[in-house]
Write a protein that binds this ligand. Structure first.
Ligand code: RB5
Length: 147
């Protein structure tokens, strides 16, 4: 898959680790920065990555900040984005199987790189289960597309 990835300064180190991990897994990665631990503003990166994903420039996106919260809130403002903040493997699997989350967010200040890698791999390997979940996700899309 082609994975878009981005972080603010609070998620820079974990973003770098996950980028290496994605490449090891054989994915293509497009890195939207940031490229240092200098102060930055997470909404800028989140909007940039989310809009690129919606334009079809990648298959999935990963956004990292200190907590993962700011990235999730920001990315979810972009129409068509279903960003899920996951700090455990169970939620990561459900985020794809039930919610068809197209963006995964995590917090570098919350979990270590080992768990973050497991969460990312689980989410990437999970498949949307459709059925009743499709009805629910469709309701989100209908709400987004209302006049
Ligand atoms: C930056 O200090 C921090 O607020 C940011 O990385 C993130 O945790 C916000 O949600």
């Amino acid at each position: 898959m082609k994975i878009l990835i981005g972080s603010d300064h609070g998620g820079f180190c974990l973003k770098e680790d996950l980028k290496s991990f994605l490449l090891e897994l054989g994915h293509e990665v497009k890195d939207f920065g940031v490229f240092s631990s200098d102060q930055s503003d997470y909404p800028e990166v989140a909007f940039h990555v989310a809009e690129s994903l919606i334009r079809g420039e990648g298959d999935r996106a990963v956004l990292i900040c200190g907590t993962g919260i700011g990235m999730a809130i920001s990315a979810n403002k972009v129409k068509g984005i279903r960003a899920a903040l996951c700090h455990d493997v169970f939620s990561a699997r459900a985020a794809m199987e039930h919610n068809r989350a197209n963006v995964l967010t995590m917090g570098e200040r919350v979990i270590g790189a080992g768990l973050a890698r497991e969460i990312l791999k689980t989410w990437l390997e999970a498949e949307f289960q459709a059925g009743r979940h499709l009805r629910r996700v469709s309701k989100i899309e209908e709400y987004e597309n209302r006049e």
